[in-house]
Design a protein around this ligand. Sequence first.
Ligand code: HOZ
Length: 428
Amino acid sequence: MKTEKSRQLYMEALELLPGGVNSPVRAMRPVGLEPRFITRGDGSHMIDVDGNEYIDYVGSWGPLILGHCHPAVREALEKTLRDGTSFGAPSPLEVELAGQIVRAVPSVEMVRMVNSGTEATMSALRVARGYTGREKIIKFAGCYHGAVDSLLVHAGSGVATLSLPDSPGVTAGASADTILAPFNDLGAVSEIMDREGDQVAAIIVEPVAGNMGVVSPADGFLQGLRDLTLKFGALLIFDEVMTGFRVAYGGAQELYGVTPDLSCLGKIIGGGLPVGAFGGRREIMETVAPAGNTYQAGTLSGNPLAMAAGLATLAELRAPGVYEALEAKSLRLADGLTKAAAGGEPEASLNRTGSMMTLFFTAGPVADFNSARTSDTGRFARFYQHMLSAGVYLPPSQFEAAFVSLAHSDGDLDRTVTAAAEFFRRGE
Ligand code: HOZ
């Protein structure tokens, strides 16, 4: 596989961008590689500057549930672009997308559009604190809610990949009100709430953790969080940036039947353009300025291009049978990988919720951050290198989710399994 042009760009980028990238995980350092510079995406495939083609399971880290460059999204963008890119004034598409989100997501009666998942979680916390008049929040080890100061405490995603327990630059004050709990451990949360529940503004959780690798909620965990927050007058925030419109049209809250007070969205609702949103119960959302006093603002928020791409994506997802098709594809891949890995020693274990999955290089079960961290990351790196050279582009970290899209063909999925089986057969 030729990599000269990617290498050359990386050398240039290293002089211009910290670590040569604009987001840490894509640098591929933890898997001992240099990044591939991508020029084009087409359906389930990406093509790099050297002409290498990959079956893509990153999908821009989740938004591309329809695959790259879907005709409906492209057409919507082309049409919208002709009328302008941003007005800094209300425009019709914002209202249309807000309506679609409110109809789809059980907890959301009102929504505020923002520009990233990070902005969504940061703003949701402010609203929760403003609404409750309390300062503390509970987050779970290994969950990642964007690069928000108060949430960069034992965070997953790139923070876990680079083994950073916390980030320099986050002041003790910024994280002083963040209480850490183990994911899937209701007893631990219950103890914290018994002790400090009257000071807790919110519990924030990825209802299906995707940033310590995929970890599904244990039976009763989400309902337990709901019961505890109601008991102590705290808010429950679901960070559905990854899971929203992916694990079900109405997100994890639809799938598990647990309705939080506030929800954070991103990724799919922008169809591959920069977007985020937070929403929830009307009485809480009406505290947001200018309806209320809790301030939140953004120059490009609700911009027509992101709204158009999101609307086009959601329209495709509402077609009958879409989630069944996505489940069938995901199951085919998951079954294939599980069988392939069963030939390996030591075992690997696969976690999956719908079209999000992670093959952990540990015997498992992986139910929280501690068990995720028993993975052999060196072996994962060798697996990653093998898969990339076989033309399969996975997230370059053990602590991330791979995403199946509607564009993946059976041929793509089977080729992926064949490549994985070869790795395990070789006994590496
Ligand atoms: N939430 C994504 C990772 N899990 C964002 C990708 C990134 O950090 O670049």
